[in-house]
Design a binder for this molecule. Structure first.
Ligand SMILES: [Zn+2]
Length: 164
């Protein structure tokens, strides 16, 4: 089995920011890193679930809606993935995300939270979601990071795997 690219990023050096996780088959996967992995508490499942509903709603109604492929949470609960077609830079995604977060901070309810529209409709926390968004917004504006530090990974067959 090959080591997949995202596992070659040194998560001990990863700061909150926006990174290009990968570009393939015409799709760009953006890593919207909200908290510092393994140093700050991960986002609560209920808060990141609300963030998923809100962020997906915003992106799919925005000026770039036709290029949005996917918006969803990371399994490690430290950020979100946004997958886009077309050509978007980290700066484009930073501007869009700032606009999105500002919109979320003005919301008073989470969209699509009924048993018919959500697979776990009670698992939501809008106040905590907004708290995470406010902190991330501040970091995107004043303490922005966008360069990965990569690890060298040695595969089972002795080959060095690095994605740089
Ligand atoms: Zn849901």
């Amino acid at each position: 089995m090959e080591v997949i690219k995202s596992f070659t990023i040194d998560h001990t050096c990863l700061k909150p920011g926006i990174y290009v996780s990968r570009i393939d088959k015409g799709f760009t996967t953006f890593d919207l890193r909200i908290i510092e992995p393994n140093k700050e508490p991960a986002i609560a499942p209920s808060a990141i679930h609300s963030l998923e509903h809100l962020m997906a709603t915003w992106f799919r109604n925005s000026e770039v809606k036709d290029d949005v492929v996917y918006v969803g949470p990371m399994g490690c609960l430290t950020g979100m993935y946004v997958i886009m077609t077309g050509s978007y830079s980290v700066e484009d995604m930073r501007r869009l995300t700032i606009e999105c977060l500002q919109w979320i901070l003005g919301q008073t309810e989470v969209p699509a939270t009924t048993p018919e529209t959500c697979g776990n409709y009670l698992l939501h926390d809008l106040p905590m979601c907004k708290w995470e968004c406010a902190r991330y917004l501040d970091r995107l504006r004043h303490n922005f990071h966008s360069e990965y530090t990569t690890l060298q990974v040695v595969l089972d067959n002795g080959q060095i795997f690095a994605d740089a």
